[in-house]
Design a protein around this ligand. Structure first.
Ligand code: PLZ
Length: 426
């Protein structure tokens, strides 16, 4: 029995079955582009812990900042005895997120918690209750965020009843609906107006590029049209940039590519180089509408996580990781496109920056919602990729999307090695 098998046996007896893992090898250490398991096998990291370690794993600045902070103090609770680094992270969020208007931020522990708080703030600030979300959306696993999330299995199955006043409308999905952005937006807006009522909507919540739902990039014009409708209707436009944020798509935030300035933005994942931290950032008058004491939590903005966030942001600036994400795209995309040209089961190559995907379909087959997805082939590709030492993720409502989320510090040599391995796998 190797070391991973041994741990796996203990895991089966100790860890709840509901918590899954993609692979059965256990990590020993990791760096900018690779993970090494406890048996000494190296994996090329195309996951970044689901878009978290954008600056790489155990990134030097992050390690040093955490070390320094952990020696000074580990926790006080910002609601009890505040500290400067929380303020500094909020200043960074206010400066880096799209929109030059006056902003405020609040910090939390996880993406789901940030989304929950964005909904709280939106309801409080507007005095309205309805929240509009989209097909294929993913916003988390807590009760409210399960309701906001589209996909039943595995996220919601058997976990109801779910929170009320959540309304789902169609998402722009060019590969499947073939609609220009303005038409897809008109469809969604028509449904909101008929089924919810424009004056009832507190927030329209959307991932500018959908993550778990399939790396779906809406058609150009879709996001601006939805944002303009929200503004005209007195609803808040809330961008969930938890997966797309912090240089992942080739800019600090994905909303920028479409010139959209959200009223509120949720962030997490890439913000702190692997430590748990999340934020809600938004227009000052909306954020400050909430009474003192209305937002918070024991650990939100923990000082170690804040130190890691400041070091991560500094690293992103210094290494220009937005440019690095664009460089990664310039290496990955042409190779993926040439693979698509020779493999008819690759229906589409899509994404932006270092957030790219292949949608796997049955060649020549299609049904009511477009080309027929092939989740079985997708799973087979993923399994073979794991055997080849690639830490490769899938996603999508139909389980048929292969996604690439490398750390933004991955070098071209490692990327090319990953692509060569993928080519043989396909
Ligand atoms: N919003 C856009 O991508 C987390 C979830 C993986 P948490 N995505 C990965 C899984 O199966 O649990 C995510 C996201 C978007 C919200 C979240 C939730 O962030 O930090 O996982 O709570």
């Amino acid at each position: 029995m190797n070391a991973s098998e041994d741990i796996h046996k203990r895991r089966t007896a100790a860890v709840a079955r509901g918590v899954g893992s993609m692979i059965t090898s256990y990590v020993d250490h990791a760096s900018g582009g690779t993970l090494t398991d406890v048996d000494g096998r190296e994996w090329i990291d195309l996951a970044a812990g689901i878009a978290v370690t954008n600056v790489g794993n155990a990134s030097p600045r992050v390690v040093e900042a955490v070390r320094r902070q952990v020696e000074r103090f580990t926790h006080t609770c910002f609601m009890i005895a505040p500290y400067e680094s929380y303020v500094a992270v909020c200043e960074q969020l206010n400066a880096l997120t799209p929109g030059t208007f006056e902003k405020r931020s609040a910090l939390f522990n996880s993406g789901a918690e940030a989304v929950e708080n964005a909904v709280k703030i939106a309801r409080h600030a507007t005095g309205r209750q309805a929240v509009v979300v989209f097909d294929h959306a993913y916003h988390g696993r807590t009760n409210l965020t399960m309701a906001l999330t589209a996909k039943a299995m595995p996220y919601k199955h058997g976990f109801g009843p779910f929170a009320g006043e959540i309304y789902r409308v169609p998402m722009s999905y060019p590969f499947r609906d073939g609609l220009p952005g303005a038409d897809a937006a008109a469809l969604a807006i028509g449904m909101i107006e008929k089924q919810v009522g424009a004056d009832q909507v507190a927030a329209v919540l959307i991932e500018p590029i959908q993550g778990e739902g399939g790396f779906i990039v809406p058609a150009p014009g879709f996001l601006p049209a939805i944002a303009a409708w929200a503004r005209a209707s007195g609803a808040l436009f809330v961008a969930d940039e938890i997966q797309t944020g912090f240089c992942r798509t080739g800019d600090w935030f994905a909303s920028t590519h479409e010139g959209v300035e959200p009223d509120l933005i949720t962030t997490a994942k890439g913000i702190a180089g692997g430590l748990p931290l999340a934020g809600v950032t938004g227009r000052a008058e909306l954020m400050d509408a909430v009474h003192v004491g209305g937002l918070g939590g024991t650990y939100g903005g923990n000082p170690i996580a804040c130190a890691a966030a400041l070091a991560s942001i500094e690293t992103m600036r210094e290494l220009d990781l937005a440019a690095a994400a664009r460089r990664i795209e310039s290496v990955l995309r042409p190779r993926l496109e040439s693979l698509a040209a020779t493999h008819p089961f690759i229906g589409e190559v899509r994404g932006r920056g270092a957030m790219l995907a292949l949608e796997i379909v049955v060649p020549g087959a299609s049904g009511a919602s477009g080309p027929t997805p092939d989740p079985a082939r997708t799973a087979a590709i993923q399994k073979a990729a794991h055997q080849a030492g690639l830490l490769l993720l899938t996603c999508g409502t139909y389980g048929n999307v292969i996604r690439f989320l490398p750390p933004l510090v991955m070098d071209d040599e490692t990327l090319t090695r990953a692509l060569d391995a993928l080519e043989s796998v396909l």
